[in-house]
Design a protein around this ligand. Structure first.
Ligand code: SF4
Ligand code: SF4
Length: 120
């Protein structure tokens, strides 16, 4: 996909650390605003958003940051239509996200559950 750096995702979406990744990733976000809600941690204001872009380009980021604009809706991997670059996301990008989620120690079920908690 071709991110235009518009900032929509950073300014409007709270990212979630899943229990499976919080233990080894939160240490890289000690100056960010993190809200704990049950077993989930919400990244509300990220210290790695600098000069309109993310300065962290590796898998220390939450898995939802890594795969965006691929998102989970109703248990299915899809593309966030609000991202201006959504039409540059390919089916290969979605497949890549599907394979990356378990590699990151997370699961689709975990993401679906987190989304339900987050939207309540
Ligand atoms: S909303 Fe899409 S185009 Fe805009 S910064 Fe996020 S990923 Fe890039
Ligand atoms: S880690 Fe990067 S992509 Fe994720 S919220 Fe922070 S600045 Fe945004």
């Amino acid at each position: 996909m071709k991110c235009s750096g518009c900032g929509y995702c950073e300014n409007t979406i709270d990212c979630i650390f899943f229990p499976s990744e919080a233990s080894h990733k939160l240490q890289f976000f000690t100056n960010s605003k993190i809200i704990k809600d049950g077993k989930y941690y919400y990244l509300n204001r990220c210290e790695h958003y600098v000069d309109g872009q993310c300065n962290m380009h590796d898998d220390r980021r939450p898995v939802l940051c890594i795969i965006y604009p691929v998102i989970i809706r109703n248990g299915v991997l899809t593309v966030d239509p609000n991202c201006p670059a959504h039409d540059t996301v390919t089916s290969e990008d979605i497949e890549w996200a599907r394979k990356l989620i378990p590699l990151q120690g997370s699961s689709l079920n975990e993401i679906v559950e987190a989304a339900e908690v987050h939207n309540r």
